[in-house]
Design a binder for this molecule. Structure first.
Ligand SMILES: NC(=O)c1ccc[n+]([C@@H]2O[C@H](COP(=O)([O-])OP(=O)(O)OC[C@H]3O[C@@H](n4cnc5c(N)ncnc54)[C@H](O)[C@@H]3O)[C@@H](O)[C@H]2O)c1
Length: 323
């Protein structure tokens, strides 16, 4: 059956890769990207020449349309602390307001997919974190606009599922990196790579011993494609997706330094409430998505990201996102 699909945040880093995947679908009749270009860029989808795609520059929380959609994928929200901590009210509006508004554009019986985050686990007391872990989030802390708006949006969707049978798919993404991240994004990999290529000084907050699991975008989008539309999975979520190879921030910085002779690391005071560790328990993902695994090691993924950033910087940041 032909499907009309809406994706919010489709000009962003993960969203634009998902747009490429959606356009491979034979059953896709129409794809509407709703994005206000806050942290995203038109360049991320500028390579697409497919008449099924249209871009609406609008806020997800107020976007209006006459039509109803068979599937809605809600990704509109900054994911970088630098960006969401600067505009907390806007972050809350994007996530919760966006979900409330977009739900009204879903046709009865349609599917609503949401990109939640490992940040719902806060600074976790257990590692790795299974989906059943309820988390340790500080609702008065500097990251709360993001963490709590993701938690509240999850609550909204699961409650709508309970009371009205809404068909939801909720994924919790762990740190994802790769081409099409902004040069001024502010997250570790993009920061290190762009700093290595420009100033040669990589800023590490704290001693860098805080660990993360680093998921290369192609692997993560493989999982999203299978969970959101391809595999006919009945599980509603939440579902962890990420790479469970835990590497410290300083080891990532050292690896990036090794790519640019003469670059060096400088340590700065720790960021407030930066989680000490983050690692997905992928038991459920492996059961629901047999054969799926985040196979790209950080060394290979960072090399690909490095090459993309190098071309972006050489081209003044304007080259098409053809990776
Ligand atoms: N990248 C990660 O590591 C990661 C981890 C966990 C969760 N996520 C989630 O995945 C989604 C995408 O993350 P990303 O890394 O691509 O971030 P991103 O900042 O690159 O992309 C977000 C996109 O949403 C758009 N946007 C923001 N607010 C909007 C609004 N109110 N209306 C319309 N568009 C709006 C931005 O312009 C941008 O194009 C986010 O919801 C994020 O919370 C990402």
């Amino acid at each position: 059956m032909p499907r009309n699909v809406l994706i919010s945040g489709g000009c962003g880093f993960v969203g634009s890769h998902l747009v490429d995947r959606l356009l491979r679908r034979d059953d896709l009749q129409k794809l509407v990207v709703v994005d206000n270009l806050w942290t995203g860029s038109r360049d991320n989808i500028a390579h697409v020449a497919d008449p099924r795609l249209s871009l609406r520059i609008a806020d997800a929380e107020s976007f209006a349309a006459d039509e109803r959609f068979d599937e809605i994928l809600h990704l509109a929200s900054p994911a970088s602390p630098v960006w969401y901590m600067r505009e907390p009210a806007r972050t809350i509006r994007a996530n919760i307001g966006g979900a409330l508004n977009l739900l009204s554009l879903l046709r009865p019986g349609g599917r609503f997919c949401f990109a939640s985050t490992s940040e719902v686990y806060g600074d976790p007391m257990v590692s790795p974190q299974p989906e059943s872990y309820r988390g340790a989030v500080d609702c008065t802390g500097p990251r709360s606009s993001y963490d709590e708006s993701k938690r509240c949006t999850e609550a909204l969707l699961f409650e709508e599922q309970r009371v009205s049978g809404l068909d939801v798919r909720v994924v919790r993404l762990f740190n994802t990196y790769g081409p099409r991240t902004r040069i001024d994004d502010g997250r570790a990999v993009s920061n290190f790579v762009s700093q290595a290529l420009t100033t040669g000084v990589l800023t590490v907050y704290g001693d860098g011993s805080q660990s993360r699991s680093w998921g290369y975008v192609d692997d993560i989008v493989d999982g999203l494609e299978r969970f959101f539309w391809r595999d006919g999975i009945e599980h509603k979520g939440p579902l962890n997706l990420g790479n469970n190879r835990e590497i410290s921030v300083v080891d990532i910085a050292k690896f990036v330094c090794s790519l640019v002779p003469g670059s060096r690391i400088e340590h700065y005071p720790p960021v407030p409430q930066d989680p000490t560790n983050r690692c997905p328990d992928l038991t459920l993902a492996k059961r629901l998505l047999p054969g799926w695994e985040a196979t790209t090691g950080y060394e290979e993924g960072i090399l690909r990201t490095f090459e993309w950033f190098r071309r972006q910087i050489a081209g003044g940041g304007k080259s098409a996102a053809t990776s």
